[in-house]
Write a protein that binds this ligand. Structure first.
Ligand code: ZN
Length: 288
């Protein structure tokens, strides 16, 4: 049996309103709108404000202004994760129905005691797996991940195989404070919005297997296709930060750059980053 090939190309640009847009976001936007244009597809705008403690309305406003100034135009109105409680509740209900969700009372301090694996990630050891705690207020909610590999073909870097049960263990989908986690919210959103193609930075490549697993557990027959592009880095170990004044879209604009100048700069950074074998672009000299 072959997978059904999606008939359309639907992707999304999905910033978190925790800061201003910088050149790293512009690179992502160039990929997203570029690939969509090439495929005759759509770009939806999604504000990823699942982390209510860190998101601010002024950043959200600024993201729309800056994207508009740069000339990136999304299809239809934006969706906001804070408005989508019903979508997440419905998705969790599907998992609960299948007996896949349990409550986890481990504290952050307890989880920090787990030694990180070779990839630097701390795998949840399954402490609460058999304790029979219901997913309720005041505890974390986890979904059971049984051992098994997820294999996918990245449009830019080829075939990857990941076993989420070995990487992260049973996945946290809602934290003790009642925040939906990034991993859960995006998978539920991608399913609900019919996203066929996810285009994002290579820093998220290790979480692709778990997102595919979660999508399957939610009943998605054909998970989205993925394309992970190189990141623009400040140095070998430092990502660009939203507080880096010399890379912020509005700072460049204030310094007299035109929208075309900013797009061209981002295109040049894409070209530099694609030359890096690790698919992580490092800024020459650490400066933009
Ligand atoms: Zn636990």
């Amino acid at each position: 049996m072959t997978d059904r090939v999606p008939q359309t190309f639907v992707t999304r640009f999905a910033p978190a309103p925790t800061g201003f847009l910088h050149l790293g976001h512009v690179v992502n936007a160039l990929y997203v709108w570029g690939m969509a244009r090439e495929a005759g597809g759509l770009v939806y705008m999604r504000i990823e404000d699942h982390d209510r403690q860190r998101c601010r309305p002024e950043f959200e406003q600024a993201i729309f202004e800056d994207l508009g100034w740069l000339g990136f135009e999304a299809t239809g109105p934006a969706v906001r994760q804070r408005d989508r409680e019903d979508v997440y509740r419905a998705a969790v209900a599907r998992l609960v129905e299948r007996g896949l969700v349990y409550g986890c009372s481990c504290t952050r301090a307890e989880l920090q005691q787990v030694a990180p694996g070779a990839d630097g990630e701390r795998r949840y050891p399954g402490t609460c797996r058999s304790r029979g705690l219901a997913p309720a207020e005041g505890v974390g909610w986890r979904v059971r991940f049984e051992p098994g590999e997820e294999r996918f073909t990245d449009r830019l870097s080829g075939v990857h195989t990941q076993d989420p049960s070995r990487q992260c263990g049973d996945l946290l989908i809602r934290d003790r404070l009642g925040n939906w986690t990034y991993q859960f919210a995006v998978v539920a959103d991608d399913l609900d919005q019919g996203i066929t193609d996810v285009i994002r930075g290579v820093d998220l490549l290790p979480s692709t297997g778990r997102q595919i697993r979660l999508a399957r557990l939610l009943g998605r027959e054909t998970p989205p296709r993925f394309a992970h592009h190189a990141l623009v880095m400040r140095s070998a170990t430092e990502k660009l930060s939203k507080s880096d004044g010399d890379t912020g879209v509005r700072d460049l604009r204030a310094a007299g750059w035109s929208a075309a100048d900013v797009r061209q700069r981002a295109q040049a950074l894409m070209a530099v980053s694609l030359d890096q074998p690790a698919r992580t672009g490092i800024l020459p000299g650490g400066r933009l």
